[in-house]
Design a protein around this ligand. Structure first.
Ligand code: SAH
Length: 448
């Protein structure tokens, strides 16, 4: 390539593919240099630049839970026997009921190409061109072939079957060649749902894994104001804004979009698994049998929960056993919440309160304070953290007996220390921490 760029005029042999990027290179029919474009697996001659064009698609089929090695070996041997270059394979294709088949995805990942899927009707449209149409396959999946049909569907009307169906015990494969393969035009992907949490507010508290999941997503689903917090990182993506309280609709919508083969990020604030959307997604998947939902892939990415940032701002109040209780009685009956409050107070857990108060609801935080006052010293530190990592952030530390509910709203998280937690003044401000006992223990040792 360096010699050609330095002025050597090559001659050109095109065996397969339709290169549109060659035109700027001056050609010479009797050149010393040679460019060969071929999807065959060959060893280039000296002075020859061999380019494998994106011209092949491998169609596969297999039984449920076929061993990934069996399918991979079948494909590797099929390509080798036909003297085809794996580098020219642009996609692995199959029928949509295989969209969650591990062997298919392992194969595609191994070759570094995408896996794409067609429905039975799209495959059936290829029946006239199949070399091995099968009535048995038709009865099973609604199309007369899977591997041959998928390879042909992927390469389009100009495509040709170049290796007819080959079988191993539990898998099949076939190869088609097409003029110019654009993966974006081929079938559908397996849908993907990333369940992410933005952290309490600003970008600094969002994990890199969450940013990556958001970056790959085509569609972003969430509560409008949380999506706004994502700023430019979701520019150009399709937004699906939902109002407060529309949690089930949000999750269903995200699952439906992923079920159509799209890449979705479902966004909560804080950590998506802490009083947030992740659990609702799994509840829906557990209770409703939508075949489209069952085939998607799902990742849950942890985020910094409000409780964690509140604790960090205040010092180290969660240093010993702790629990979190949501004071919202929308989904949990108030008597149950009260029971948990009593149990946490009695067991001396440091306790974080989420959803401590709303415009209509404020008696809960008062009751919580009274329950804890019955079990903890009056000077137990309480942290009231509002609008964390957002405009107007405030973090106050005060003794339990002075807890004022007026300063608490829906965007506040409250942490009550345990009986050992301490408040102290240091470098001109107040801190709180919960000892684990290290210092006490070491003092004891030195003394003995
Ligand atoms: N998944 C979220 C919690 C959602 S429940 C998380 O892990 O943080 C909503 C409650 O979280 C709010 O009522 C409030 O108690 C707390 N919260 C969420 N974001 C907050 C913030 N930036 N500052 C203070 N509290 C917050």
């Amino acid at each position: 390539m360096a010699d050609i760029l330095a002025g050597g005029k090559p001659s050109l042999i095109i065996e397969s593919g339709e290169p549109d990027w060659l035109s700027p290179i001056p050609l010479d029919h009797d050149g010393t240099w040679m460019i060969r474009i071929s999807d065959r697996s060959i060893t280039p001659n000296p002075n020859e630049l061999l380019i494998h064009p994106p011209s092949l698609v491998v169609g596969v089929g297999c039984e449920r839970d076929c061993a990934p090695d069996e399918l991979r070996e079948l494909v590797v041997e099929t390509l080798a026997d036909a003297r085809l270059a794996p580098q020219s394979v642009r996609a692995i294709v199959s029928i949509d009921v295989k969209a969650d088949e591990p062997a298919v995805h392992t194969l595609a990942e191994g070759l570094g190409v995408p896996a794409r899927f067609f429905n039975a009707a799209e495959l059936e449209a290829e029946s006239p061109r199949l070399e091995n149409p099968s009535d048995i396959v038709f009865r099973e999946v609604g199309a007369h072939g899977v591997s041959e049909a998928a390879a042909l569907a992927a390469t389009g009307p100009k495509g040709m079957l170049i290796v007819a169906k080959r079988k191993s015990r539990r898998a099949t494969c076939a190869v088609a060649r097409g003029p110019h393969i654009d993966v974006r035009q081929i079938g559908r992907s397996r849908g993907h749902l990333s369940i992410v949490g933005t952290g309490p507010g600003d970008k600094a508290h969002r994990t890199p894994a969450t940013d990556t999941a958001i970056a790959r997503a085509q569609d972003i689903v969430g509560y409008g104001p949380y999506l706004d917090l994502l700023g430019p990182s979701i520019a150009g993506k399709t937004r699906h804004d939902f109002g407060l309280g529309a949690e089930i609709d949000r999750c269903r919508h995200a699952l439906n979009l992923a079920g159509q083969g799209r890449d979705i990020a479902l966004v909560s604030s804080g950590d998506p698994g802490v009083f947030a959307m992740a659990t609702l997604v799994f509840e829906l998947l557990d209770q409703e049998a939508h075949p489209d939902w069952q085939r998607i892939s799902i990742d849950v990415h942890p985020g910094v929960s409000a409780m964690q940032l509140a604790a960090a701002r205040a010092g180290a109040p969660l240093g010993h056993d702790f629990c979190a209780i949501s004071l919202s009685d929308l989904l949990t009956p108030w008597p149950t919440i009260q029971e948990r409050l009593r149990a946490a107070a009695e067991a001396d857990f440091v306790t974080a309160f989420y959803n401590p108060r709303s415009r209509k609801r404020h008696h809960q935080i008062e009751t919580a304070r009274d329950i804890f006052l019955a079990h903890r010293p009056v000077d137990t530190p309480v942290i009231i953290a509002r609008n964390l990592a957002r405009e107007g952030e405030s973090v106050e530390i005060m003794p339990l007996s002075e807890l004022q509910v007026e300063s608490i709203d829906m965007l506040t998280v409250v942490i009550i220390g345990n009986s050992q937690s301490r408040q102290m003044a240091l470098v001109g401000r107040s801190w709180a921490y919960t000892p684990r006992g290290y210092v006490q223990k070491n003092i004891g040792k030195t003394g003995s």
